[in-house]
Structure formats: structure tokens, C-alpha cells
Design a protein around this ligand. Structure first.
Ligand SMILES: [Cu+2]
Length: 366
């Protein structure tokens, strides 16, 4: 009995990682890899934002070249990832943790639920037929059966062990983050998000939901398909580099919000007066949508989250466009900073590059 139990537990332990390691062979093609016209980022033309995505590789390259000069990398959303699908299953997972959790759910928990449900249904059916009054006129008066009692105690214990082992392993992977390449401070507000980049010169972006055309004053910016689906598209997306470990420090300015991104297997409460830490590493560039997942007031349903995952070089260009710097990079000389540096050459020379990454940028940003 015991041996069978341990065999089940070990099988459970072995099943999940194998499934979790199965690579998802989805290529980054189509709109997710394409870029939108840079005019949109400049806010010059709404028609430009409504223009179709470049479909040929040449067009994509041309757009990508334009992109590098654009202050905002505008990746077009791809409805096959990072979006609510309207289906019953879990969104396509794009992080290792997400894939491990998805495999645990689909290949093990669901399987166990089905097996247990069928077993109980069969047992019920068999009992109703076999022990119906006409077939069994004199019921048994037995009240104890040691063997049965040992089985019905031990089997549920073993089932729980078989669930606990992969579950604990998932939690361990989730809560032992690798060293972060980038930190983003996520702040919930009634009812929008702000994202701060403390490693990159402490600039901040404010992310508000985009309204529909009918809901805005003439001339104001409204949502287009290039921004994303209704109720999920935002005016300023958080941008993070692909393939890098990104640490999120999640907090709130007012009430409890929750920073939830289904495609990353990611949800973290944003509590006022406290900081929760979580992390993601996304290898696949694209736009991913989430929502505040804690009832936080009247407009709780209107504070979506949009995260744009871009190649590291494009991320660096975006940071520079926002007035930030990359860690370790010398701050770019600016008109305001040059005279100061010239007046006090000994202090700038004594400061190692990157130690004071953003004095110049802070001065010019303000
Ligand atoms: Cu909220």
C-alpha cells in the first residue's frame, strides 16, 4: 500500500517538470514583432495610429528603423498572446513560472480531478444499483471494516502529498527570484497606475486607460486597435526588456489594488504603506494586458495594465527617450550639464562612470 502511495507521489513529482520543460514553440512573428509608425508616438496624427501594420519584412524593418528614432516603442498588440481569449483555458504563458504552473494545472490537477470525480460517480452508481432495496432486501448491519477505513484515510493523504510536492516546488521557483536586471516600482492609484524606473534615473510614467472615440472630446486621444482592446488599452505602457529578469516592487498610493498579468502568471497585491516584491522574465516580445485585480473603488474596472516587452536595445532607446539612463552608462552630456562639468572638472573626474547616473538628466527633466 505504502509503496503504491509513494509511487503516486513520485510520479506526481516527476510529471510536472517534464511537462513544464516542454518548450512552447511559438514563433514571434506577425504584429507582435512589428512596430507601429513612429508618428503615433509623436501624437501628430490619429490616422497614422489607425494605419495597418506593416506586413512585409521590408516594411517591418523600415518601421523598426523608424522605431529606433521614436521616443516610444510602439509594438502592435497580437490577439493571440497577452489578451483575454474568451475561452475557458489559461492564457498562453510566456514566463517559465507560468509554463510550469500551467502544466501543473492542466496535466496534473485537472487529471486528478477527473479521475477522482469519475471514481466517486462510479462508486455512487454501483452502490445505488447493487444495494437497491429490491436487490438487497436485508441490509448489512456491519459498522466497521478496518481495511476499508485504512484505505479511505490513506488514499486521500497520498493524493494530497501528490499535489503538495509539485505545488511546493512551484512556490519555491516563484519565490526564489534570480538576480534582477531591472527594477520597476509599480504604484496603484485610484484609478490608474504609475511605473517608476529607479535603476534608470528614477523617471516615472503614468498609465491611464484610453477611452473610446465616442467618449472623448474632439481632438483628444482615443483608443485605436494599435493600442489594444477596449478597456485594456492604455496611453502609456510599461516597457520592459525581453529575456531579462525584471523585479516589480508593488505598492499603492491610496487603497489596495492588485497588479495582475495573466500571461505572466503574475498577480500581486498593491498595499498602501507596504511593498510587495515579485518578478518576471519574459522571452517573447509583445504587448501583454492585465487589470487591477482587487476591488478598489468606483473605477476599479477602468485601470488596466499594459506591458510592452521589447528587445533590450529597443528598451535602452526608450529609456533614453524618457530622459533616463541605462545602469553603468555615462549620462549623456546636455546643454545644462556641460557648463557645470566644465566648471568643476575635478569632481566629475573623481566620480566613476555610472555612480551618479542621472544628475544631468534629473536637472534637464525638471
Ligand atoms: Cu485598483
Amino acid at each position: 500500500m505504502k509503496r503504491i502511495g509513494w509511487a503516486i507521489a513520485l510520479a506526481a513529482a516527476g510529471l510536472t517538470p517534464a511537462a513544464a520543460q516542454a518548450p512552447q514553440t511559438q514563433e514571434v512573428t506577425g504584429p507582435a514583432a512589428a512596430t507601429a509608425p513612429s508618428e503615433r508616438a509623436q501624437g501628430q496624427s490619429l490616422d497614422a495610429a489607425n494605419a495597418p501594420a506593416p506586413s512585409t519584412p521590408e516594411a517591418s524593418n523600415a518601421a523598426a528603423t523608424k522605431m529606433s528614432a521614436s521616443p516610444v516603442p510602439a509594438v502592435l498588440p497580437d490577439a493571440s498572446i497577452g489578451h483575454p481569449t474568451g475561452g475557458k483555458g489559461i492564457q498562453t504563458q510566456v514566463t517559465d513560472i507560468g509554463r510550469e504552473a500551467e502544466a501543473f494545472h492542466n496535466n496534473w490537477l485537472l487529471l486528478l480531478c477527473v479521475v477522482i470525480s469519475l471514481f466517486v460517480l462510479g462508486l455512487l452508481g454501483w452502490t445505488m444499483v447493487r444495494y437497491r432495496r429490491s436487490a438487497n432486501p436485508t441490509p448489512s448491519r456491519n459498522s466497521h471494516n478496518t481495511t476499508i477505513e485504512v484505505i479511505w484515510t490513506l488514499v486521500p493523504v497520498l493524493i494530497l502529498v501528490a499535489i503538495a510536492i509539485p505545488s511546493m516546488r512551484l512556490l519555491r521557483h516563484q519565490y526564489s527570484p534570480p538576480k534582477a536586471d531591472l527594477t520597476v516600482k509599480v504604484v496603484g492609484n485610484q484609478w490608474f497606475w504609475t511605473y517608476q524606473y529607479p535603476d534608470n534615473g528614477e523617471f516615472e510614467i503614468v498609465s491611464n486607460m484610453l477611452k473610446e472615440k465616442a467618449d472623448v472630446k474632439p481632438g483628444d486621444r482615443f483608443r485605436t486597435d494599435a493600442d489594444g482592446p477596449p478597456l485594456l488599452a492604455v496611453d502609456e505602457r510599461m516597457v520592459i526588456p525581453a529575456g531579462k529578469v525584471v523585479k516589480f516592487l508593488v505598492t499603492s498610493n491610496d487603497v489596495i489594488h492588485s497588479f495582475g498579468l495573466p500571461a505572466f502568471w503574475q498577480k500581486m497585491d498593491a498595499n498602501p504603506g507596504g511593498i510587495n516584491e515579485t518578478w518576471v522574465k519574459v522571452d517573447r516580445p509583445g504587448v501583454y494586458f492585465g487589470q487591477c485585480s482587487e476591488l478598489c473603488g468606483a473605477r476599479h474596472g477602468y485601470m488596466p495594465i499594459a506591458i510592452e516587452v521589447v528587445p533590450p536595445a529597443q528598451f535602452a532607446a526608450w529609456v533614453a527617450a524618457k530622459g533616463g539612463t541605462m545602469p553603468g552608462a555615462a549620462p549623456a552630456p546636455t546643454a545644462a550639464a556641460v557648463p557645470v562639468a566644465a566648471a568643476a572638472p575635478q569632481t566629475t573626474a573623481a566620480t566613476p562612470a555610472g555612480a551618479e547616473p542621472n544628475v544631468a538628466n534629473r536637472a534637464t527633466a525638471n
